[in-house]
Design a protein around this ligand. Structure first.
Ligand code: FMN
Ligand code: SF4
Ligand code: SF4
Length: 453
């Protein structure tokens, strides 16, 4: 339904419900397997707050956890911009978790309760699948991502990093499972398509990603031990939170663009905190999203902003379900060699908005292309762009603290289009550094000695 045809749709016509590989939920907002899903109490509280699904904290072999177990990157005024943990899977008894899964499903039959699992042998997989099915779980998520502790025992990311082993375990699981199976991937791999394809070939019903990224978030400057410190020592943790969102979105894109992997639905995870994050993940092909760190930081209530924002976005664009716009950004993500080399933008400063902070001048002069000048009069700090030097890199607009004060304006007339691939095929690419077709030739660069003036 387009807005042009029907006018603005009514918010109450919007249907946020999802059917994710057969797992039904009233909305795509799910809790990721992590501390917010440790217990039935938390999951019922979350469902009451508005979450549509929850992936239970991973169930598996008996473990012991350490203390402390979380670390964070606080960047300037933002706490927990990045978050890391060295926690293992649930340390609660399996029988307690199974009983609580059953209880949650009794109260919330229409919400999605997914059991995250991690065990080792085929026999153990088959047994635990039976257990969670008997408890009434709507689906299973295979945790092939935990990058600490469990991987040392041949589980978690040790499986996520070995596509052949991953495929074998998905096959074992599919032999026994009567409910949909989601394979959760580890980002600790250079080419995410390899485990993604292995999961697809093993018969998974869906994929979720990302789990956490191996990390060290900081070192204590007295004890010289990394955080979080366990009796004077530490280990690599799993990184998550807002800092990892770009990595998660890139990996999601790689899977959602793959002709085979994209046949199964993908649940997007990694740094999701606001409605805008949710929309961006859906635009890259996710049809449910999962959240951990943002809930650990702000609580279950954040789902209200997510839902209101998502509804408003859908209303503005004329969408009635998330499937109307899922994956719509994918055709716009291409390889560098397909970008139009004839497209030219340069920076333009709105002098009415400029506060004369000179951040753009410093960034361009020291960190880019010396394309901004500042008047010599002491009482005028309003910079101007030296058009012929500006390569349109965007840096000044990114550092400028005033919204829309620096914008990039188009300078080509839009009639020409050529890409690196087209030029390579036409034998029209620079072959020596003196070649006039080389990009940087003819760019203005001050003499080295000008730095001393
Ligand atoms: C403290 C903590 C414990 C976690 N435990 C699990 C787990 O048991 N099983 C699992 O699959 N993922 C686990 N995760 C990973 C999250 O489910 C999620 O994939 C990751 O945190 C990225 O999402 P976020 O950026 O929203 O936190 C854990 C994450 C954190 C921070
Ligand atoms: S776009 Fe880049 S080159 Fe142009 S003025 Fe800004 S920082 Fe300098
Ligand atoms: S960064 Fe923005 S506000 Fe500051 S001098 Fe440059 S244009 Fe003006």
């Amino acid at each position: 339904m387009s807005e042009g045809q029907w006018g603005k749709i009514k918010n109450n016509m919007i249907d946020l419900s999802v059917n994710f590989a057969g797992i039904k939920a009233p909305n795509p907002f799910w809790l990721a397997s992590a501390p917010p899903t440790n217990s039935g109490y938390q999951i019922m509280k979350a469902f009451e707050a508005g979450w549509g699904g929850a992936v239970w904290k991973t169930l598996g072999v008996p473990v012991v956890n350490v203390s402390s177990r979380y670390g964070s990157v606080n960047y300037r005024n933002t706490r927990m911009m990045g978050f890391n943990n060295i926690e293992l899977i649930t340390d609660r008894p399996l029988a307690d978790n199974l009983r609580e899964i059953e209880e949650v499903k009794k109260y919330f039959p229409d919400h999605a309760v997914i059991a995250s699992l991690m065990v080792e042998s085929k026999k153990e997989w088959h047994q635990i699948i039976k257990d969670v099915e008997n408890a009434g779980a709507d689906g299973i998520e295979l945790n092939f991502g935990c990058p600490h502790g469990m991987c040392e025992r041949g589980m978690g990311s040790a499986v996520g990093q070995e596509p052949d082993v991953l495929k074998l375990i998905v096959e074992w699981v599919k032999e026994a499972a009567n409910i949909p199976v989601i394979t959760k991937l580890s980002p600790n791999i250079s080419h995410i398509v390899d485990p993604g394809l292995a999961a697809y070939q093993g018969g998974t019903d869906a994929i979720s990603l990302i789990n956490t990224i191996k990390s060290i978030v900081g070192i204590d400057l007295d004890s010289y031990a990394p955080y979080p410190i366990v009796d004077g020592k530490s280990t690599n943790g799993g990184y998550c939170g807002p800092a990892v969102k770009p990595i998660a979105m890139h990996m999601l894109k790689d899977l959602a663009q793959h002709p085979d992997i994209s046949k199964v639905p993908i649940s997007g995870i990694g740094g999701i905190e606001t409605w805008r994050d949710v929309v961006e993940f859906i635009l890259l092909g996710a049809t449910s999203i999962q959240v951990c760190t943002a809930v650990m930081h702000y609580g279950f209530g954040i789902v209200r902003e997510m839902e209101t924002g998502l509804r408003q976005f859908m209303d503005d664009k004329g969408y009635t379900t998330i499937y109307d716009f899922a994956g719509k950004a994918l055709p716009n993500v291409t390889e560098w060699k397909h970008l139009n080399l004839e497209h030219k933008v340069i920076a333009e400063i709105n002098t009415d908005k400029c506060i004369g902070c000179d951040l753009c001048y410093i960034a361009c002069d020291d960190g880019a292309h010396q394309a901004i000048s500042i008047p010599s009069e002491a009482d005028n700090r309003i910079p101007s762009i030296i058009e012929e030097n500006c390569v349109g890199c965007n840096l000044c607009a990114l550092v400028c603290p005033v919204e829309d004060c620096i914008t990039m304006v188009k300078k080509d007339d839009g009639t020409k289009h050529s890409t690196w691939e087209e030029r390579t095929l036409a034998d029209d690419v620079p072959i020596t550094f003196d070649d006039d077709r080389a990009g940087g030739k003819g760019h203005y660069v001050p003499k080295p000695s000008d730095a001393l003036k």
